[in-house]
Design a protein around this ligand. Sequence first.
Ligand SMILES: Nc1nc2c(ncn2[C@@H]2O[C@H](COP(=O)(O)OP(=O)(O)OP(=O)(O)O)[C@@H](O)[C@H]2O)c(=O)[nH]1
Ligand SMILES: [Mg+2]
Ligand SMILES: [Zn+2]
Length: 319
Amino acid sequence: MKKKALITRLIGGNYTIVDVKTKKELEAKARGGLRHIKVDPTSSFHRTVSRRTKKEVELLQISPKVGDYCYYDDSEDVILIDEILPRKNELSRPDIANIDQLLLTFSAVEPAFSFHLLDKFLISSYQNNLTPVILVTKIDLATKEELNNLKRDLKYYEKIGIEVHYVNSLDIESVNEERLFLEEKVTVLAGQTGVGKSTFLNALKPSLELRTGEISKALGRGRHTTRHSELYKIGGGYIADTPGFSKLDIDIHLFEELKNYYPDFNKLSSECRFGNSCNHISEPKCKVKEEVESGNILKSRYDNYLSFIDEIKNKKIIY
Ligand SMILES: Nc1nc2c(ncn2[C@@H]2O[C@H](COP(=O)(O)OP(=O)(O)OP(=O)(O)O)[C@@H](O)[C@H]2O)c(=O)[nH]1
Ligand SMILES: [Mg+2]
Ligand SMILES: [Zn+2]
């Protein structure tokens, strides 16, 4: 009988898997044949290679990654991962599959909250078919006014259906009050270095003892200690830390595509004069621009949209 497991850790070719029925943790290796798996064009694996030829698709190399559900064989000494189940989504940095939510982590201050980075993260979330959730840390370090202003602007994101959570990770109780949204889900933390991702995880699960706070001013960047991908069990769910990064490229080559990753703009386009072909830039009778002017769309979100349009256009000139 086939046994099913979730891959929770990968270090140098060694996998840790958790049997979905017995919940037992096991060490496993990937069976060699997995490297040249025959891909069914209807499977989710097909998506990433859609531009390749048919032959290449059939010989696609697939390695199991953290977050994959797999079938394994434990009839011999070494447990072998036999088959990977189709992925609903995946990221390559960090290398994790089947993510339920991407936890976009920002500190209220130190470093200052960046709406520019938030809007960029949201594009990336929607492009990768991930559900974004916003986590604001270090609320204890912000003044009342700073926090109120932040909450006022983030209300816009709540209005368009994105959950927002506020924590002081140095106060475990404040974190525990906010942990419910992690239940029964696979969550991946993302955010700039120093915003407090590892500290938040340590507050959720002190036994993790993840390294934190080692931001070297001399080097100008944090020491990235998270080198492997791992899912940590948090209640009924799993969560993965990632090393911080400050640069995120928009993987879009035609500026006309950008609007597709703005669900809040998209749903208004039927009211734009040019309908779905409106890019909400300088077209006449654009509902999005009207909503920005009347304050129903957050001004910074629209300004960031225009700056991303420029970013995409400028890249094109370089090619
Ligand atoms: N006052 C306060 N300090 C915090 C909070 N969260 C994190 N910190 C501090 O912020 C610093 C950076 O936290 P880390 O958890 O290492 O940040 P990180 O996001 O994991 O950074 P990288 O691993 O480099 O990506 C540490 O000194 C933490 O103690 C918070 O909610 N309140
Ligand atoms: Mg960290
Ligand atoms: Zn428009």
